[in-house]
Design a protein around this ligand. Structure first.
Ligand code: GDP
Ligand code: GDP
Length: 467
């Protein structure tokens, strides 16, 4: 399943030019199909390795009278409703016009996600218009030149996560999947409103959280305590299989869907012969989750099983929070905390900087801090660093510590972009990526963590060849 992109905007901003660039000759005119407006063009777009449907509100004339304005509005609304994501183009050379404002208004009210494109941005004549575009309240504009094919990298990096999401959805819907999906999993797309936007959980799109850990770590108690204190938004639902249960709650104002734990089953009194969830259930919960809470028993922390599941969560690219439970029965809390931190660093170096929170599921102590840590981890996991900022940063990093010069030829790092969020993926265009030592990648990853405030979250960094 691929997604649909609508290119919208007033006449003459370059919609058709961009449409043609994306679609090339693969144009499928939909005019003759009944029920489809003659004014919408649809085509199969290709951008890098992405394939998606693009619709263009072609044939709009400048709206000079009432009826034309109405028609323009209708057509745009229809395109917006058909699309999963809208690319709103303005002409950066002309700046923001009153008609652009009308379109922006429609999009703010009606569209799920909007990418703001400042077209005709080749050269410096467009700079003023780009600054004006910030004022539309639709996030950071992407500099584009449909005519010269500029800015398509940036567009690609914004569409890639959306494409992934739709592929994930398609996989989840496929009958042969080995992952069992709760019927009620919310798989609505993110609300991307600009290059820097993060997904914000809403009641319709709650954050998906799994609590995992060894048997008797206190998972059931934890969930029940949270449920006891907080509002249950929807009732517990049994999923397709015996194990898949999810529950949506409002955790102190944070809409959360919690997956697949024994605790919910007890609470739900779902008819079930299985008493405790097995390790494989925990593994499955990780697949569903956006944030994984690894719950440890303070008396026996970082057992083999805990390490395995934390490592899996990292490899699956989930945001991870480590919670140490039964803190109420610890005597020397300070010494214990030092020991825990030391063990965490040593045993789970791949999760450096991930939050470690002490809680008592029984008394509820520390659960507010756990909630905050979960919200923060999720935020970091969703973070997007604008390309311009990344490249300034990269230049500084390279200057401070140049890459090696094997055989006398210095490896050049030319360009960097964040290709994906959830977790953050970065791509660096590089001459001879195969010769760049691992230590240099680590230097960059650690720098990213520090300079862009991304502790804990898995960070993926890919070097791509470009000589
Ligand atoms: P539409 O009405 O929004 O579909 O706009 P068109 O695609 O028909 O483009 C309107 C005019 O802007 C045409 O003359 C295009 O050649 C021109 N145009 C489109 N993209 C660019 C661009 O990136 N830079 C410049 N300078 N002109 C462009
Ligand atoms: P699960 O197997 O991970 O779901 O663990 P349970 O929630 O069933 O808890 C296992 C045992 O640990 C039960 O006897 C709980 O009462 C106890 N327990 C859970 N949380 C705490 C806690 O914060 N403090 C103390 N002292 N005991 C706890």
């Amino acid at each position: 399943m691929s997604f649909t992109l609508a290119i919208v905007g007033r006449p003459n901003v370059g919609k058709s030019t961009l449409f043609n660039r994306l679609v090339g000759k693969r144009l499928a005119l939909v005019d003759d199909q009944p029920g489809v407006t003659r004014d919408l063009r649809e085509g199969e777009a290709k951008l890098g390795d992405l394939r998606f449907t693009v619709i263009d509100t072609a044939g709009l004339e400048e709206a000079t009278d009432e009826s034309l304005q109405g028609r323009m509005r209708k057509l745009t609304e229809r395109a917006v409703d058909m699309a999963d994501v809208c690319l709103f183009l303005i002409d950066a050379r002309a700046g923001v016009t009153p008609t652009d404002e009308v379109f922006a208004d429609i999009l703010r009210k009606r569209a799920d996600r909007v990418i703001l494109g400042a077209n005709k941005a080749e050269g410096s004549a467009a700079d003023a218009g780009i600054y004006e575009a910030y004022g539309l309240g639709l996030g950071e504009p992407v500099r584009l030149s449909a005519e010269h094919g500029e800015g398509l990298n940036e567009l690609y990096s914004l569409l890639m996560p959306i494409s992934d999401e739709f592929e994930d959805r398609a996989r989840a819907d496929a009958p042969e999947t080995d992952v069992v999906l709760d019927e009620d999993i919310d798989d609505e797309p993110d609300g991307v409103s600009g290059p820097t936007a993060a997904r914000i959980p809403t009641p319709e799109r709650p954050m998906q959280v799994a609590v995992v850990g060894r048997p008797n770590a206190g998972k059931s108690t934890l969930i029940n305590t949270i449920l006891g204190e907080d509002r249950l938004l929807t009732g517990p639902e049994a999923g397709i299989t015996r194990d898949a249960i999810s529950l949506q709650i409002d955790w102190d104002g944070l809409p959360v869907r919690i997956f697949d734990t024994a605790g919910m089953r007890k609470k739900a009194r779902v008819q079930d012969k299985v008493e405790k969830l097995s390790v494989s259930d925990g593994l499955r919960a990780v697949k569903f989750a956006e944030v994984v809470v690894v719950l440890l028993d303070a008396a026996i922390p970082f057992e083999q099983q805990d390490l395995r599941i934390a490592d899996l969560a990292e490899r699956e690219g989930r945001a991870v929070v480590v919670a140490v439970n039964k803190w109420d029965i610890e005597d020397d809390k300070q010494q214990k905390l030092r020991d825990l931190r030391e063990a965490f660093e040593r045993l789970l170096p791949q999760l450096r900087g991930a939050p470690l929170v002490t809680v008592s599921a029984k008394t509820g102590k520390g659960l507010d801090r756990l909630r905050d840590a979960v919200a923060k981890a999720y935020d970091v996991w969703n973070r997007r660093v604008p390309t311009a900022q990344l490249n300034r940063w990269l230049a500084g990093m390279v200057e401070a510590h140049p890459p090696p010069a094997p055989g006398g030829r210095r490896i050049k790092l030319r360009y960097m972009t964040q290709a994906k969020t959830r977790p953050p993926h970065f791509v660096v265009m590089c001459s001879h990526p195969d010769k760049l030592p691992e230590s240099y990648s680590r230097y960059l990853v650690n720098g990213l963590r520090q300079d862009f405030d991304m502790p804990g979250t898995p960070i993926r960094l890919h070097m791509r060849s470009q000589s």
